[in-house]
Design a protein around this ligand. Structure first.
Ligand code: SF4
Length: 362
């Protein structure tokens, strides 16, 4: 291991904040030093978040896959009339929420396509129906793109939309639609999505209104290591200001059914080295985040397990009815039994603990 890396890792272990230049050096590591970085991140994880592997019992309730946008990485969205398009009505949404409640979930997630008929009222109606059918279940919904869309469609400010959503039962917001927070990459992969500045503004508005959010990155397509570092730096800056992020969730790009892969703009997803380093560098760089999640939906359970010894402390949710990654070509995304999570955690000598969305132990 070279001397600079030893200095960098021991500085991070001692509590030094690592710079963007340092993070870039870590991301570009290609040899056995990857294990050293993962080990340093794992020690940091133990210090910051302890030894438990946490998970949440949750279910998705997606309302529609019809979307006015055509993001190049998305294999989920459909246009009206396309085969496989759906738009659930109130009865179906209420049934799904009631089923989730029966399944003893503590969290219902709902994110959908941007339906051409949606207004702010459409979102708040859905949230109310879900909360009525599943009282006491935490509603984790929307994202900055949906908030911006609802605001535009209804002549409201994004702050007004967020307040209305909160009033209708929104307890925390998804930090998705972040993809990569550098505009040149966003213009390539999702030109109709809100620019970085607007994503940041809406996230901060949510935090100020007392709506915590997750933080995500979607990596492994056409972004550079520099883009990844800038993205993490933006998240760290927001967290310094608001403390409103509950966790960081790296989302490895699922390429199979996506236009940017078919058109040769994106590569075939991140490698195992990149998946490991994303978790490890995030743990070392995001020194103001307690929770780093591995996504078994995106990476598969074996790679997710390795993430748990590279800086991650959380294995995500049971995910009844996952459909976003499935649309992009991922398999086995429907449900992960906590017994399997336990097997994976115990195999590492760790204990699986159930948590709420806001990381209270159950
Ligand atoms: S990523 Fe979201 S906004 Fe983009 S096309 Fe897919 S569903 Fe629509």
């Amino acid at each position: 291991m070279d001397r600079d890396l030893i200095t960098l890792l021991s500085g991070a272990a001692g509590g030094d904040r690592i710079s963007e230049k340092d993070a870039l050096r870590l991301f570009t590591t290609r040899n056995r030093d990857v294990w050293k970085i993962a080990a340093a991140a794992d020690e940091k994880r133990q210090e910051v978040a302890g030894d438990a592997v946490t998970y949440v019992r949750n279910q998705n309730v997606n309302v529609t896959n019809i979307c006015v946008n055509t993001c190049g990485f998305c294999g989920f969205s459909k246009k009206p009339g396309d085969e496989g398009c759906y738009f659930h009505d109130e009865t179906v949404i209420r049934e799904k929420a009631a089923l989730a409640k029966k399944r003893d979930v503590t969290e219902i997630c709902t994110v959908s396509g941007l339906h051409p008929a949606f207004t702010a009222q459409s979102y708040t109606d859905v949230y109310r129906w879900i909360c009525e059918e599943a009282p006491g279940v935490h509603l984790h919904a929307s994202n900055p793109m949906e908030v911006a869309y609802a605001a535009r469609r209804s002549g409201m400010t994004t702050n007004e939309v967020l307040s209305a959503m909160k009033g209708a039962g929104l307890a925390s917001m998804c930090g998705t639609a972040a993809e990569i927070l550098t505009d040149p990459v966003r213009r390539q992969i999702c030109p109709q999505k809100i620019p970085t500045k607007e994503w940041v503004r809406i996230i901060k508005e949510a935090h100020r209104l007392g709506i915590p959010t997750t933080a995500t990155i979607m990596y492994g397509h056409c972004e550079s290591d520099e883009d990844r570092v800038r993205h993490l730096a933006i998240l760290r800056e927001i967290q310094d200001e608001t403390r409103g992020f509950t966790e960081f969730v790296p989302l490895s790009f699922i390429h199979m059914n996506t236009p940017i892969y078919r058109d040769g703009i994106a590569r075939a997803g991140a490698t195992g080295r990149e998946d490991l380093l994303m978790v490890a560098v995030a743990r070392l760089f995001l020194d103001n985040f307690e929770n780093i999640q591995v996504s078994w939906v995106k990476e598969g359970i074996k790679m997710a397990q390795l993430g748990l010894i590279a800086g991650a402390n959380d294995i995500g949710g049971t995910m009844f009815e996952e459909s976003i990654s499935k649309g992009a070509g991922a398999t086995n995304t429907d449900y992960l039994d906590p017994a399997e999570m336990q097997r994976v955690a115990e195999d590492l000598g760790r204990t699986l603990c159930r948590r709420t969305t806001l990381y209270k132990r159950i």
